[in-house]
Design a protein around this ligand. Structure first.
Ligand code: SF4
Length: 332
């Protein structure tokens, strides 16, 4: 499979204190790094999952890819074209290839627009007014299992599942190659979650789409992703093929996230790593391994030096000084 999206050593930095206030208060570093040294790619037709708790930087990373968060350094390439240095006009053209579905199916739709207007809006933004907008809206609704009886409804008149389908239809409007879906099943009943995931899978096989799925929901990510990356305080702490990560999570944070999910598989039930405390503030990064304040295996070295990224199998890497052994080795 060819690479569609390539991210290399990306840093997303926000100023959190104004220049004057920083000077007056003697604040030496008025910035926070919400994404730090992140590298990965998404291939054509692939689903890549970003996992982590709230505050891990996964949504910021998704927003940076579509130009909604400031990149400080690093590279974002789409089909080999560097996006971070494109001017506004050229970026807008490439931006059509990448759609984003935001969290909260109802709140992510403008409350003042009807479904028909919501679906017509992307064509207007991209000056494609020559299209038959009724026909386009009807076509998009059919793709997501709805019909034009929804044309006159406002978002608050839709169920969560219907709103999510409209969100998917809107994302499809400009025929993107990649859809970034932020918590695509959040706020939905379990049965509706399944319907939405099945819809995304059908659209992927029909249209050859790639997905970057952002979620804290491990069962969802395991179900849909080919590969995943686990984020903590803006860094990838582990990445690899989904099944390999679930079978052999080398990083204690990954193992803790997996432990927190009820497992029907007895092999996965053996290993319990408990996650204690809250994720630290980005403005107050712990020294060394940033997970050491919550890690049950932390040692002196963990507090003093940042773990380098290491690969333990082709495409499976982590950032931990003392990676966990494979579950089979534990049992021996
Ligand atoms: Fe835990 Fe140390 Fe590994 Fe960090 S480097 S995850 S603190 S064992």
């Amino acid at each position: 499979m060819n690479e569609l999206l390539e991210i290399d050593d990306l840093v997303v930095r926000f100023r959190v204190v104004g220049m004057t206030k920083a000077l007056l208060k003697g604040i030496r570093d008025p910035f926070i790094d919400a994404v730090l040294n992140v590298s990965f790619d998404v291939k054509e037709g692939e689903t890549f999952g970003l996992v982590g708790e709230s505050g891990s930087g996964k949504t910021t990373l998704g927003r940076a890819i579509i130009g909604l968060a400031p990149t400080k350094s690093g590279s974002i390439k789409f089909k080999g074209v560097e996006l971070t240095t494109l001017g506004d006009g050229a970026f807008k053209q490439y931006r059509r290839n990448i759609a984003m579905m935001f969290q909260d199916p109802v709140a992510s739709l403008s409350p003042r627009l009807t479904v028909r207007s919501l679906l017509a809006e992307p064509f207007k933004i991209h000056n494609m007014r020559d299209r038959d907008l009724d026909a386009e809206a009807r076509r998009l609704l059919e793709m997501v299992g709805l019909n034009d009886s929804f044309f006159g409804r406002y978002p608050h008149e839709l169920s969560g599942g219907q709103a999510r389908r409209v969100g998917v239809a809107r994302a499809l409007s400009l025929e993107p190659k990649l859809i970034i879906a932020d918590e695509p099943t959040a706020g939905l009943d379990v049965s509706v979650q399944g319907e939405v995931l099945n819809l995304l899978a059908r659209l992927q096989s029909k249209l050859g789409l790639s997905y970057l799925i952002i979620t804290h929901n491990l069962p969802v990510i395991r179900h849909v992703s080919d590969r995943i990356a686990i984020m903590y305080l803006g860094r990838f702490v582990e990445y690899g093929r989904t099944e390999e990560i679930f079978r052999h999570a080398a990083h204690p944070y990954t193992r803790a996230l997996i432990s927190a999910v009820p497992q029907p598989d007895p092999d996965l039930r053996r290993e319990i790593v408990k996650l204690v405390g809250e994720i630290p503030s980005l403005a107050n990064r712990p020294s060394g391994c940033e997970f050491h304040t919550r890690c049950p295996f932390a040692r002196t070295e963990c507090r003093e030096s940042i773990p380098a990224q290491r690969e333990i199998a082709p495409g499976h890497g982590h950032r931990c000084h003392f990676p966990l052994p494979e579950p089979e080795a534990d049992a021996a």
